[in-house]
Structures are given as C-alpha cells and as structure tokens.
Design a binder for this molecule. Sequence first.
Ligand code: ADP
Ligand code: MG
Length: 629
Amino acid sequence: MARIIILDELTANQIAAGEVVERPASVVKELVENSIDAGATAVRVDIRGGGIKYIRVSDNGCGIASEDVAMAFERHATSKLRTANDLERGITTNGFRGEALASIAAVSNLEMITKTEDSDSGTRINISGGEVMNLCPHGAPTGTTITVKDLFFNTPARYKFLKKDTYEGAAIAELLSRLALARPEVAISLYSGGDKQFATTGNGNLKETIYSIFGAAIADNLVAVCYQENSVSIDGYIGIPAIARGNRANEILYCNGRLFRSKNMTTALEMGYGTRLMKKQYPFACLNIRVAPWAVDVNVHPQKTEVRFAEEVKVADALRHAVADALAEGNSIPDALLSAKRQPTYTPAPDPEVQQILAELRVEEPKAAYERKTVEFVQKPVLNDADLNKTTETPSIAPEITHTEPVKASVVPPVEELTPVDLPQETPQEIQPAAGNREFDHMDYMGSLWNTYLIFQRDKDAILIDQHAAHERIRFERLLAEYRRGEIEQQQMLFPITVSLTSSEYAAVFSYSSQFESLGVDFEDFGKNTIVVRAIPTNADTDNFPETFVYMLDRLMSGQTVSAKPETFLYKIACTGAVKANQRLDRTEIDRLVEDLKTLDNPFNCPHGRPTAIKLTLSDVEKMFRRIL
Ligand code: ADP
Ligand code: MG
C-alpha cells in the first residue's frame, strides 16, 4: 500500500515547474515579465539553440537586494502580493504567483547577477536543479541578469517533449514580440546565436514598435483604432484587409496590457471587418482592450493566456464596433481586397541599377480594373421570364459572369438550360480521369470577350473558355507531374528576389529549405529578417513571388507539409504564373492553350474548382431569343 508522504521542496518545485515552465518560451515570458515589473526600460534577451541550451535575460530594472536574493527562489516568494485581499483588488503587475523563479531554477542550471541602485556591490547566485551552489557578492551594474542553461537537464521526460531548436526559437521570437508590442515604452531586443532578431526602440510609439518587429510591409498598411465606450476602451492598430494572412497568428489582443486569447474576441475582431475579408483570411491586429481590473478575470489559466470578461458580450460588441469604425473612417483602402492593391511584401534588391530594371519590368496589374468590372456585371438584376416578356427594349442578356461563382449560377437565363462542358461540379477539386478531352476537338476560334473569355464554335455549340482558369489548370498539372517525378523545372533568377519576413517567420524559414527545394524554390539567408530567392519554378511569376513565398511559408509554419499535400503549394505557384484575365493573347497563344488543355487529366476546372470552360448550345441561344420555347 502506498504511503502518504509530504513532498520535499525540490520535488514540489519540479512538479510546479511543469505548470509554469513548459518550454523555453515560457521561461523567457516569466523572466521578461519580471524585468518589466522591476521597472526596466530596456530588456535584452539572448538565446542559443532555440533557448534550450541557453537563455539570458538582462534588464536595467530595480534589482534585488542581496539579503532577498535567495528568497526570490523560494516557492510562493513574491514581492508583489501580500494577502488574498490583494487578489480581489485586482492585480496590475504581470506575475504574482511567486513560483516562476523557483520553478525555472528547479529544472535548469541558473545564474542570477543582480544589483540594486543603493547598494555598492551586486550579488551572484548559482542554482543547479534547484540546489543553491553558490551565493556571493559580485560586481554588476544596477539591474538583473538571469542566465538559464540546459533547460530540463534533470527532467528527461520534459526534455523529450521539446521540439526542434528552430521551433522553440520561433516560439520565443513570437512570444517576445508580443511582449514588446504590449510595452512600446520598453526597449526589448532578441538575439539568437548572437544575431539580432529584432529590437524595439522603447520610445513609446506603438506603430514604430510594429515596424521594428514586422517591417514596413505591415507597418505601412495600418489603420489606427481609438475607441471608447462607457467602461471599455480599445486602442492600437489593425491592418488593412490586403495584408490579411491565412492564419490567425497576427491577431494580437491584449487586455490591460496582457496578451490573451479568446474565441469570442477573435470572432468579434473578424466580424468588425465584415465582408472586407475573404474566407479563411485573418487580419493583422494589435489592440489593447482596457477595462477596470475588477471587470476581468485573468487568473483562469495557469499561464494566464485566457481571460474572462465580466461583461463578455459588451466587450465583444465594443471590439467589433471599434474595428468597423476604424475601417469605415476612410483611412483604409475600401477595395483593398483587390490584389493589385497589395503592397509588395518585399524590398527590391538594394543596387539602384537593379531597382531601376525591376521597376521597369513591373507591369501594372490589370486585375483590379477587371475585377471591378465584373462586380458591375454581377450586380445587374437577373432577368426572369416575366421581365423578358414585357420588355420592349433589348434586354441585357450579357452573360452574368462572375470570377468566383461556380458555373451553375453564372449564366442568365435560363440557368438550368446551360450546361458546363462536363459535370465536374460535385467534386471540383478532384482530378477527373482523362475522359472528356475530346470536348476540345474541332473548335473554331471566334474571338474573345473582355480579353478574358475565349469564344469557340464547334458544330452547334459555343464554348467559352476562361483563359486564366485554363492556363492555371495547365500549369498546375504540369507542376504536379514534375513534382511527382521529383524534378520541378527551375529558372535561376537573374535578379534575385529578396523577401522580408517577420522575425518568427525568419527564425523558422530555414528549417523548411528542403521542402521549398522540392517545390523548385532555392533561397538563402540575406540577414536582417530577409531571405533572397535564387531559383523558382520555370514560368512562376517573379513579381508576385514574395507573396507566393510567404503564403507557402504560412502553410508550412501551420504544420502542413509539401509531401502530404503538394497540391496546396503547387496551386499557388500555378495560379500566380498563369496568364491573367484581361490580358490580350495572340492567336498562337490561344491555339497553344487549347492544345495544352487537350492533354490534361482534368481540363475542366482550375485548381480552385472554378470551371475552365462552359458550353452554350444553339438551342440555349434560340430559347433566349424566343425562337423556340
Ligand atoms: P513573481 O513574479 O510572481 O513575484 P517570481 O518567482 O517570478 O515571482 O519572482 C520572485 C520575486 O523575485 C519577485 O516578486 C521579485 O521581487 C523578484 N524578481 C524576480 N525577477 C526580478 C528582476 N528581473 N528584477 C527585480 N526583481 C526580480
Ligand atoms: Mg514573475
């Protein structure tokens, strides 16, 4: 029978450590929060080996008096909370559980050097696996430096649970950037293996802090939020819709300066954007929600990343309004979803001559004008039979063609009568067996509409081909075949493309080199959160490649792999390099397009599932003109 024993201090600390210290990033979080609580105006973090081997946090805060140093490492030792009463009054400092230092010291080799302003000498303490090895006077400037080495060296189960250095390092970069955004008045910097990852100025300006961390691509595309409603105020910046990403990583929310996650608030934020965001697109946001301390419970989760508002609905409403108001105020580009409005997320190569050439090469994107036009088409009222009968003037029967709707809804009237060339609507993403390719035989080219839809006549059918969708499909199938053979055809870049990344993207990007390589993308480190792309798949679009690269990196960082689903990545490459809508093709290009379509397994859908071709039969047209009923 097991006996009840009282855990010794060390064991208790190791168990507690599991709660507070999950990974290197949690160590950084606790230490930097302590630094900020100590009134530091500058905090520098150095890591090696993703923080597993080495974390050092130096601050210029108040320091710890030598007689208190040992005590700071005891469980429940804190200078921040005296009684349970304090808890009720609401806590404004970061930590108050008083177990971070004890927990970290229990599972690492830790050294702290600290000095207060009014003492002449500082103190050094060394603790290994929770045991104090050394405590002595030590010269030091005012402030505290804590070095944590060999995390989890004495708890192998936890050590095993750690991910690769690059992931742990990326987690630290992300975490620390979130802390820095919460405290623009504190200069926070991160160095990994001696290389600067980012450094904020600490001048109190949030927009400049965002710039220091995310770069110009984001900082130049922000809308200020400043909202006050009764007991809730919301401040910060949100990104224009064009800089939205495929995941929620950049939805950064604080409550009274503390980072938190909440499904309700995330939803409210996205609702504030309304229809400005496409499906599965998530905005950039860096917002601080301020409420009275008693109106929020921050102690829901041991790591305090969740909060519960006393008036959850009211706060969510305020957030939604704050975002909607800011976007409506006109300092955002209203139709920013249009891809031509996207700011390039890269900096051109530094050489001025190269820049000149690049500028000349970068042709105006015609897509925006085109998309705006299609919006007009869509908004035309759909004529029903009654309208057709009573009308005296020629009714507009211009096919209501949208760029995104499936074919069924895209042709007027009578909708049911018009059939796509094949029946791929059920499972549009699936590759169909090579069956109906004869459909493209014996077609006579008649002309094109809006430089977008190619019209062919074949016997009693008219066939409309969407040139962009068709070319996309051709490129996609070729790329997929090349990928499966393990040899994506590459073009070396005459002018290498530089791509600027966020610090967490930069920290992670090199661990994906081989996956990018399998996609035909070779890149190298260019320093300062940038990489330079040396080779890309043949015919991929160079102008938009930085965007394509970041898109793929996003997917990889969210855990997807190329080998598991190469399609995801190849779609993107295929799409950006395809001929555009509104782009004039000459006759040889058109013939080539049709010949290529015939060779495909599935020539009927673009990789996104939209049709590449639709068919209008003679009887369809005759019905429209009421020649037959
Ligand atoms: P808590 O932060 O919850 O009080 P910790 O274990 O994180 O508990 O820290 C214990 C105590 O050590 C703090 O209350 C504070 O007095 C002191 N301390 C920790 N880090 C620092 C620092 N960087 N500068 C000054 N004092 C510190
Ligand atoms: Mg603490």
